[in-house]
Design a protein around this ligand. Structure first.
Ligand SMILES: [Zn+2]
Length: 309
């Protein structure tokens, strides 16, 4: 039995992020599967990272036809691949545990090949999907023209490439920055330097910080501060930096939560705004960190943060 541990680092020695790569299983024409290599040098049995969606597609494909395998996803997401007895009397099993981002490191069971390199016949749909994935770092103006009826496949390929690379290579134009300074004047002062303000994580740059509505904060964004609450006598709201920045894991607020912060909010904060409340993270002691969706947060978007080591 072989267990493949998650190893989600994906940079060259000089810290440049590896690009996604399209794979097929040698001599099958299957795929293309959008994978993220985790090393800069790989052989045909080197494992690559795939999203859950792609892992499911791969598992379905290899258990069809004569590839002689069966598969199962357990409730915690673990993927088990097993050769059938007919094919391999040893009944070999491979267990793949997803990484913290739900990605699967798959390889070593069959030879991966770069999709399209072997001149195997493929459909126009496969080509559109592959093109979308290959151009995932490009802005809309730069993208290659493709048939309109295959647009949805082009978009899917592109989205899959962003999912597996955790959105870190999104073209910069899509970074949210949606605060109208006329309606919501804000003052952002430099982050104070003192013992109370812990340094930002390595590679998190102050120049990448921007204000967004809390409702637009996404998972993985680094929340570094907020603003003074709106007040009738104060026109411009001032930045308030947090001593400790934290990584957001936004979830819908449970109005019946019994933690102390949620009870305080129910007792003192009145009804939620029309856009609702969200739990930006859970403290280690189970307390919710709750924001109104229309509060303004100061964040570094996940797409501008370095990949985790
Ligand atoms: Zn709570």
């Amino acid at each position: 039995m072989t267990t493949i541990p998650p190893m989600p680092h994906a940079t060259y020695p000089d810290e440049t992020r590896l690009s996604i790569q399209l794979f097929t299983i040698e001599e099958t024409g299957l795929g293309p599967y959008v994978g993220l290599p985790v090393t800069s040098l790989w052989l045909d049995d080197t494992p690559h990272l795939f999203t859950r969606e792609t892992a499911e597609q791969i598992a379905r494909d290899v258990t069809r036809d004569d590839l002689c395998m069966s598969y199962a996803f357990s409730a915690d997401g673990t993927l088990t691949l097993q050769w059938t007895d007919d094919y391999d009397a040893l009944g070999r099993v491979i267990i793949v545990v997803p990484d913290v981002h739900g990605r699967y490191l798959i390889g070593g069971m069959w030879p991966w090949a770069v999709w399209g390199a072997d001149d195997a016949p493929h459909t126009a749909g496969q080509a559109a999907f592959a093109l979308g994935a290959a151009e995932y770092r490009w802005t809309a103006e730069k993208c290659t023209e493709h048939p309109e009826d295959l647009e949805h496949l082009y978009v899917r390929g592109r989205e899959e490439a962003h999912r597996v690379s955790l959105g870190r290579d999104q073209p910069r134009t899509t970074v949210p920055f949606d605060i109208d300074p006329v309606r919501t004047p804000l003052i952002v002062r430099s982050r104070p330097v003192s013992r109370f303000y812990r340094p930002l994580p390595p590679g998190a740059l102050e120049s990448a910080i921007r204000p967004v509505a809390a409702g637009a904060v996404g998972p993985g964004d680094l929340v570094v501060g907020g603003f003074t609450p709106p007040h009738p006598d104060i026109v411009r709201r001032r930045s308030q930096w947090f001593g400790d920045a934290y990584v957001a894991a936004p979830a819908l607020w449970d109005a019946a939560c019994e933690c102390t912060s949620c009870e305080t909010i129910r007792a003192h904060c009145g009804p939620a705004p029309a856009v609702g409340r969200l739990v930006m993270k859970k403290e280690i002691d189970g307390e919710c960190v709750v924001w109104d969706g229309d509060d303004i947060a100061l964040i570094i978007p996940a797409s501008l943060l370095p990949a985790p080591a």
